[in-house]
Design a protein around this ligand. Structure first.
Ligand code: SAH
Length: 351
């Protein structure tokens, strides 16, 4: 691994740090681990002797991701531009709620899934994030909001930023272990949602892993004819297989699955689509989360008017399917679903 691509301390579990520092008294490893989880730089680790810092600095970076810029939305939403150590930039979103605060994090730089309505996939996949780069987004924003490991400023996480989490399975599952570690920031898996465009094999693998997060499946269409037009992944995994995997996930974890459905004008938003969707989901313990499509300037697709949303929701309810319309947050700062995109330092259009 070349120097600039070396891992950061935030990629390491407490156990791993103890192994690395096995030549030193064990309390030193604990100090390093806590400092890393508190998003401290080497220069701030004043309780550690210089030789340990030098030993670590040679092998690992202190900070996985840095906050490059924060855009503050009218509704309290904040969009973050995070700088990675290789010059790539990713985005994340902080959303305050009455019950706590949610952060939406990215799992890849770019994405290769090619969904027709999403900005994250416009330039394809650049690279996977490491587990520490995902954790770093959480730790950076927690620290910025004055949170500590005991009194967290972040209570919930959604893996819904740029990237397809299950296309980066190993690092994402390692992230889930790191972020829920007892002595770390310890965010419960129950408070974490993972959204996927429907990678069937990986949904099953996740179900078997024991990491029972809330699974969110981006369906966006009631038939394969419609779905394959807007989501290339549908050619590989058909709706029936995706829903089978979702049922398997529920059976294994007992966690109700969320179905994401973005309403797109002239594509999937008629009452007859809602009726078909009800038929598909009947008898499955799931909840439909509707989103009115957010505009992505490079794309021709548009959302729908209020009456169309209401008619769609009424048809689902009549079909016995529980549903809600997701409040779109951060629209004014390009931080809403599907608006997150890849950037690079110095690139035109960056800040
Ligand atoms: N790759 C994951 C995470 C994507 S983002 C997935 O496919 O689920 C989270 C959600 O936002 C997904 O349901 C995604 O389909 C949706 N989305 C993408 N672009 C959107 C847009 N322009 N408007 C509304 N929702 C969008």
């Amino acid at each position: 691994m070349s120097d600039e691509k070396k891992l950061s301390l935030q990629d390491l579990s407490e156990k791993k740090i103890a192994e690395i520092l096995s030549g030193y008294p064990s309390f030193r490893a604990q100090q390093v681990y806590l400092a890393a989880m508190q998003y401290k730089e080497y220069s701030q680790m004043t309780n550690l002797p210089k030789d340990i810092i030098a030993f670590l600095a040679e092998r690992y970076d202190d900070i996985a991701v840095r906050i490059q810029k924060v855009f503050e939305g009218k509704d309290g939403t904040e969009k973050y531009l995070f700088l990675l150590r290789d010059g790539n930039m990713i985005e994340g979103v902080f959303m305050p709620h009455g019950y706590g605060n949610t952060i939406c994090i990215s799992t890849q730089v770019g994405c290769r899934m090619g969904c027709a309505f999403c900005a994250s996939t416009l330039n394809g996949l650049v690279r996977n994030l490491t587990a520490g780069e995902m954790l770093g987004q959480v730790l950076a924003v927690n620290a910025r909001h004055g949170g500590t490991l005991k009194k967290r400023a972040i209570t919930n996480i959604v893996l819904m930023g740029s990237g397809e989490p299950l296309d980066n399975y190993e690092e994402v599952t390692e992230f889930l272990r790191l972020v829920s570690a007892e002595n770390g920031i310890n965010i419960s898996l129950r408070n974490i949602s993972l959204s996927t465009c429907g990678l069937v094999d990986k949904i099953k693998e996740l179900a078997d892993s024991g990491l029972s997060v809330t699974l969110t499946v981006s369906l966006h269409a009631p038939t394969d004819e419609i779905r394959e037009r807007i989501m290339p992944v549908d050619k590989k995994y058909r709706i029936a297989e995706v829903l089978d995997a979702a049922r398997y996930y529920f059976a294994k974890t007992g966690r109700r699955v969320v179905i994401e459905y973005s309403l797109i004008d002239g594509v999937n938003s008629k009452v007859r689509d809602a009726k078909k969707l009800s038929g598909l989901l009947r008898g499955f313990s799931c909840h439909v989360n509707l989103i009115n499509l957010n505009k992505v300037k490079e794309r021709k697709l548009n959302g729908v008017d209020k009456r169309t949303v209401e008619a769609f929701m009424a048809a689902l309810t009549e079909g016995g399917i529980s549903n809600t319309l997701r409040r779109s947050m951060g629209n004014d700062i390009g931080g809403a679903c599907g608006q997150l995109r890849r950037k690079y330092v110095g690139e035109e259009g960056t800040y």
